[in-house]
Design a protein around this ligand. Structure first.
Ligand SMILES: Cc1cc2nc3c(=O)[nH]c(=O)nc-3n(C[C@H](O)[C@H](O)[C@H](O)COP(=O)(O)OP(=O)(O)OC[C@H]3O[C@@H](n4cnc5c(N)ncnc54)[C@H](O)[C@@H]3O)c2cc1C
Length: 455
């Protein structure tokens, strides 16, 4: 029997614990620590909750301490791990205010990520705040259930009428929509001159920017935030180009891996994430890292990368669980597949954008096609779809894909995800069997048409 200690019990840690206990029963002793008071909050629900598109937060959790304990784990909540002695194989945590020492045979690190605190005047955290509370009232970071709950409570009281969201990645864009749906005036600020530039090329992001503007959201792109000002609470946001009088500022400029417990002894990536192989093994024997605290193999670049997503957290948790329990398993890697739905405009992408593919040194080309989802004679629920496929001119291998529509085209992007993973060429895609039924699509499907149009 091995004793396996899991540090961090959120999406990645929970997936690992559940896999170990459901697949290997009581073969191992499983002990886990988390500094938070709740498990498995789906951050993606935050915007839906604020924008009142769901009734409340109840459905935003899928596990808890009781469930993990009923499966056989020893779970310490509100118990931060303070340090780890990798030579002695010992974890030191604070449990009920007392130092608690736990030895391990194998260790799974699932400490996740933390909001990036940009070096901006007025933007700082309260000392020792584990819940990312800012010193300035109504300056909000978004990560935990507690952060969402705090924002919701503040919105229930009068006084918050104008909100600035800083960071126009997918979280910032979702929150901008949510505040506007809640009846607030919203300004969305980013230093880049567009939104979601990491996932989509400019023609696609322009569609999203227009969508946001059409719904009354003010876009302040290409502006560097210089200060958040106010007497004790937020009063204004100052950029290098303008000043905005606002009552609340949401800082959503990204996340960094939370890897302080590595103590400089585990190999790290350029952003500090723990470097892992496809078995989730770190550079230290018997120590695994999963989820947002670790790197992940990116098939579109054929290299390790940092892609912080819940989808990656659960999969890497499953892989580490098997390896820690003695069954060797390699993850398939990822393509950074993602999706967003704003006021009914759905965008999905996987792999590299054209811009990113060129930056990565590929001889990248794009082929695109716009069409209706279904034949013209279908008069209802038949929307336009735009697709763009990125491929390498020399090897012909597909590198990325983006789709946008008011239809739900999300299932299509999963196919491209597999295509990138399996190095499928654009020619293979052009002759792939895509069925036709007017209820679903056209005889010449836009995927086929885009692939046939490749140079
Ligand atoms: C607003 C928002 C929306 C999102 N939307 C999506 C989405 O739509 N789709 C998607 O795939 N992803 C989404 N994400 C990203 C997703 O939430 C993360 O990728 C995911 O939470 C990573 O899970 P994790 O378990 O690796 O890390 P985390 O969720 O960061 O969990 C780490 C855990 O470790 C604990 N911990 C840290 N340090 C210690 C310590 N020293 N001792 C004890 N415990 C410790 C923490 O308390 C925490 O519970 C969203 C994130 C946010 C914030």
């Amino acid at each position: 029997m091995s004793k396996i200690v899991v540090v961090g019990t959120n999406h990645a840690g929970t997936a690992a614990i559940k896999t170990m206990l459901s697949q290997y029963g009581s073969e191992n002793e499983i002990v886990t620590f988390d500094q938070n008071s709740n498990i498995s909050f789906l951050g993606c629900g935050m915007a839906l909750w604020i924008g009142e598109q769901i009734d409340g937060a109840e459905g935003l959790f899928y596990s808890n301490k009781e469930e993990l304990e009923s499966m056989g784990a020893k779970v310490y909540m509100e118990s931060p791990v303070l340090n780890i002695d990798y030579d002695r194989k010992v974890v030191r945590a604070l449990v009920n205010g007392q130092e608690h020492v736990e030895s391990y045979d194998k260790l799974i690190l699932a400490t996740g990520s933390q909001p990036i605190i940009p070096p901006i005047k007025g933007v700082e955290l309260q000392k020792d705040s584990l819940e990312f509370k800012a010193t300035l009232e109504n300056l909000q970071f978004v990560k935990l259930f507690q952060n969402s709950e705090e924002v919701i409570k503040k919105l229930e009281k009068p006084g918050i009428n104008r909100v600035a969201v800083v960071g126009a990645g997918y979280i910032g864009v979702e929150l901008a929509e949510a505040f506007q749906r809640k009846g607030k005036e919203v300004v969305l600020v980013d230093i880049a001159d567009t939104c979601m530039g990491g996932y989509y090329d400019r023609d696609f992001t322009d569609m999203m920017s227009k969508n946001l503007e059409d719904h009354g959201i003010e876009l302040a792109f290409g502006q560097a935030v210089q200060a958040v000002e106010g007497d004790g609470k937020v009063e204004r946001l100052v950029t290098d180009k303008a000043s905005y009088d606002v009552d609340m500022v949401i800082m959503a400029v990204g996340f960094k891996p939370n890897t302080g417990l590595g103590n400089g002894q585990l190999e790290t990536f350029k952003n500090g994430a723990w470097v892992v192989n496809k078995k989730q093994e770190t550079s230290m024997k018997d120590v695994y890292a999963i989820g947002d605290c670790a790197t992940i193999y990116d098939n579109s670049r054929d290299d390790i990368n940092y892609i912080a997503l819940a989808s990656n957290a659960v999969r890497t948790g499953i892989v580490a669980a098997h390896n820690a329990c003695g069954y060797e398993l390699e993850g398939a890697g990822v393509q950074g597949s993602n999706g967003i739905s704003i006021y009914g405009l759905n965008m999905v992408s996987t792999g590299l954008t054209l811009e990113k593919a060129k930056e990565a040194g590929f001889n990248a080309l794009e082929t695109s096609f716009n069409d209706l989802q279904k034949p013209e004679f279908i008069k209802h629920d038949n929307h336009e779809v735009a697709i763009k496929i990125i491929y390498d001119k020399d090897s012909r291998v597909i590198l990325g894909c983006q789709m946008v529509s008011r239809e739900d085209v999300s299932m299509g992007i999963h196919m491209f995800s597999l295509a990138i993973q399996e190095k499928v060429t654009i020619e293979k895609l052009s002759l792939m069997d895509i069925f036709f039924l007017p209820h679903f699509n056209k005889p010449y499907n836009y995927i086929t048409m885009a692939a046939l149009a490749a140079e």
